[in-house]
Design a protein around this ligand. Structure first.
Ligand code: ADP
Ligand code: MG
Length: 615
């Protein structure tokens, strides 16, 4: 992550990112400028490719007059010369083949390596975004980003290849062939070259239309990808609700839009080579007219063959340049969409002089913290003050949507408060390096996020610097009461748990997530409804384990179950943006149960009951 000055007011916002699709058309050059550093980094491969292209054009320049000579030998039926010239011709053809192949191989090497670097950079930038980028109302969907990094990056590779393979090699070939033609007959050359401006005009006109169509096609396929990314992980839900038909309709609508946009683009693209080809035939017929005008007598059949061959090889680069221009226009939206992700600046930024937190005790202070998601959104936290001593356990209750998870997000600096400060051991978290802050806060989140991989890999998550400490993994699994079920899995700790831990039950996933947070050995542990999916026996065991851990950790427990809440020394209710402490003595099973019995288990009611000391 690059350190960015936090006073930079020109950071693009998400609105900016989205509005870029509507901004007036700049400048293809601006778009391609972004590619230049990545292309320059591949200069060795590019130079090698271009050297090969020189060799290829050189052999072609020798080849063309030889073809002319060869045809005149056929005129005279001279067997010895036939074999001699044939051998030279063969060698030249082979040299051209090798040089052209090497040219393409080197240029592909450069293009694909450049795209690899861009992909790595884009992903690094995406991971450096703040949560708002994904969660915010105007956020970019994960499916869209996945599409940009996979398919659109591949399109950009094709564009870069076209660009590199055209600029120097085609220009070289064009000028070599033009020289040959001029040497044979300047008048005929000029007559047949008259079509070139027409080709250029047609291609320029079609190119601009193609760019617009390509942008629409990009958006439609990105929508399709976003949709699939959303619906496939929710497969169980779709089946359980018999929503296959409804989802089929939604898919068909999106797929049809994509079909329509793509077809429009492809039809336009198919048009271009045919136009160029037609113009080639036009130039040949103009050549015939030229021959009638210019005396044929001064032309040997050899020169004629050389001339027509040169014209063919002259049209080839013109066609290539046209195609490359086309591809550049087609690839422009993909380049823009990819580089938008690089240019985008997160709003939660690590300070340039941020420090590392060492040996954190775990004292937490929230000073007058206010926060809302977005400028015109209601405040979720309103002037919140809280002091948690090191090693203390504090519980938070409150109605769903009360802001408990938001409090955790602020503590992890996934968002910055609108006003107020959060301090860990008297260090304002704004002055602490992200990595150091987040390493010191172990989170078991509500969403039970697991990755495909083995049980052990999930518990020892992202310990890339060293080998996963299996002893520690097992120890933490035991504490989280997960060891027993893990041992019963087919391969124990080496069992693959499927994408997002699909092969595990909700309670099992939660216990793995708890073990993972414990493995991290943070001094502050946050359990955001981490035991909600456990049965009461497992919950009791996890609770006992947590009680042991509480001795040397600061623990923030967000829970609804009374037993869990009662583990804490202090209990708070978070509702309507305000935090209120409830005297622990007012919490008892009797009032909880009486509320259960009367069917009033709304936490709002529970809060009122607690506050009024209802027993
Ligand atoms: P809790 O964890 O207490 O159930 P949350 O902290 O998740 O509640 O949410 C608090 C409020 O903030 C809710 O009203 C919710 O709708 C809103 N909220 C949560 N996340 C976002 C978001 N990314 N963008 C906009 N509003 C959000
Ligand atoms: Mg929550």
């Amino acid at each position: 992550f690059k350190c960015v000055n936090s006073t930079n007011s020109s950071n693009p916002t998400i609105e900016h990112l989205q509005s870029q699709s509507h901004r007036p058309r700049l400048r293809s050059f601006q778009t391609f400028k972004a590619l230049i550093p990545y292309i320059l980094a591949q200069r060795k491969h590019i130079l090698a490719g271009w050297l090969c292209s020189i060799a290829s054009v050189f052999s072609l320049s020798l080849l063309v007059p030889k073809i002319g000579k060869f045809s005149s030998i056929i005129d005279k039926i001279d067997a010895i010369k036939f074999w001699d010239q044939g051998l030279v011709l063969g060698i030249l053809v082979f040299a051209r083949f090798v040089a052209s192949y090497c040219q393409e191989a080197f240029i592909w090497d450069a293009a694909l390596n450049a795209i690899y670097e861009i992909r790595v950079h884009v992903f690094e930038r995406v991971l450096a975004m703040d949560l708002d980028f994904f969660e915010g109302g105007t956020g970019v969907s994960a499916g869209d980003i996945a599409y940009r990094i996979t398919a659109e990056a591949s399109d950009v590779a094709d564009t870069v290849y076209s660009l590199l393979n055209t600029v120097v090699p085609s220009m070289l070939q064009l000028s070599a062939m033009a020289t040959q033609m001029l040497a044979i007959s300047p008048v005929l050359s000029l007559i047949s070259a008259m079509v070139i401006p027409c080709v250029a005009l047609v291609i320029a006109y079609l190119g601009e239309r193609q760019r617009r169509m390509s942008k629409m096609a990009s958006l439609s396929v990105a929508n399709l990808s976003s949709y699939l990314n959303e619906v496939l992980p929710a497969f169980l839900f779709v089946k359980a609700n018999s929503a296959e038909f409804c989802e089929n309709i939604r898919f068909q609508r999106l797929a049809h839009t994509d079909l329509y946009e793509r077809l429009k683009k492809k039809k336009m693209k198919a048009f271009v080579p045919h136009v160029v080809q037609a113009l080639y035939f036009l130039s040949l017929s103009m050549l015939c007219v030229g021959l009638l005008v210019v005396s044929r007598g001064s032309f040997s059949s050899g020169s004629m063959v050389s001339f027509v061959t040169s014209l063919g090889f002259l049209i080839e680069p013109v066609q290539k340049i046209g195609k490359a221009y086309n591809e550049l226009k087609e690839g422009e939206p993909a380049i823009e969409r990819l580089f938008e992700l690089i240019e985008f600046k997160p709003s939660v930024i690590e300070a340039c002089d941020a420090v590392d937190l060492n040996s954190v005790k775990g004292e937490l202070k929230f000073c007058n913290v206010s926060f809302g998601y977005g400028i015109n959104m209601p405040l979720v936290l309103d002037g919140l003050n809280l002091h948690i001593k090191a090693g203390e356990t504090v519980a938070f209750m409150g109605p769903s949507g009360g802001g408990k998870t938001t409090l955790v997000k602020l503590l992890l600096r996934l968002y910055d408060p609108l006003s107020g400060d959060i301090l860990i051991d008297n260090h304002n978290i704004r002055t602490v390096r992200f990595k150091s802050l987040r390493r010191n806060v172990g989170l078991v989140s509500q969403d039970m996020i697991l990755f495909s991989g083995t049980v052990a890999e999930n518990i020892g998550y992202c310990d890339l610097t060293k080998e996963i400490d299996m002893e520690r993994v097992k120890e933490m699994a035991q504490i989280a009461n997960a060891d027993e079920f893990i041992r019963r899995l087919p391969k124990g700790y080496n069992t693959y748990i499927g994408p997002r831990g699909l092969m595990l039950s909700g309670g099992q996933k939660q216990r793995l997530a708890i073990a993972r947070a414990l493995y991290q050995n943070s001094s502050i542990l946050v359990l955001d409804e981490a035991t909600s999916a456990l049965d009461s026996t497992s919950e009791l065991l996890v609770r006992q384990a947590l009680e042991r851990l509480m001795e040397n950790h600061t623990v923030l427990v967000i829970a609804h179950r009374l037993e869990t809440v009662l583990m804490a020394k202090r209990v708070f209710i978070l509702d309507g943006g305000k935090l209120e402490e409830i005297p622990r003595s007012t919490l008892s099973h009797s009032n909880y149960n009486s509320l259960m019995k009367t069917g009033l288990l709304s936490l709002q009611v529970l809060k009122l009951a607690f506050l009024s000391g209802l027993e």
